[in-house]
Ligand binder design. Sequence first.
Ligand code: ATP
Ligand code: MG
Length: 141
Amino acid sequence: MKKYQTNSATETQKIAADLASCCKNGGIIALSGPLGSGKTTFTQGFAKTLGITQNLISPTFILIRSYPIPENNQGQLFHIDLYRLENKSQIETIGLSDILDNPYNITLIEWAERLDKLPENTIKINIAPKGENSREIEVIE
Ligand SMILES: Nc1ncnc2c1ncn2[C@@H]1O[C@H](COP(=O)(O)OP(=O)(O)OP(=O)(O)O)[C@@H](O)[C@H]1O
Ligand SMILES: [Mg+2]
């Protein structure tokens, strides 16, 4: 397990950008931490390393947004937010199992703890608020 301390959203994005080098060709990242801890902020930093320049908008109400990844035409980046997941059938409606089955996809899932199980190779990121602008980021691979 690796631990990082951050004192600003920008610093969190930088940590996320560094961690994204792990998964340039595909990966699954489960993000947990309370509301407003920085899961979306982390995802924005992560996406930048993959060459995604658009501003990521939180998929709060629609659960999922996808972005093409430059230099990876076999996969896409999926940003998923399960906070408003109403029932398990919605997981199939968004096609999650097909998304996770494609090894070229890069999938970041906020509130991933709402799922019963995730693939074994999922990297878990936990963000714990320590103060207004400070967070502890734990990475469990
Ligand atoms: N060190 C930090 N790391 C990340 N975000 C921080 C930090 N310090 C302050 N912030 C602020 O905290 C907020 C984090 O919001 P963000 O939407 O990323 O959280 P979230 O975990 O995705 O929340 P939600 O569960 O509602 O989706 C932002 O307003 C950000 O600017
Ligand atoms: Mg969010």
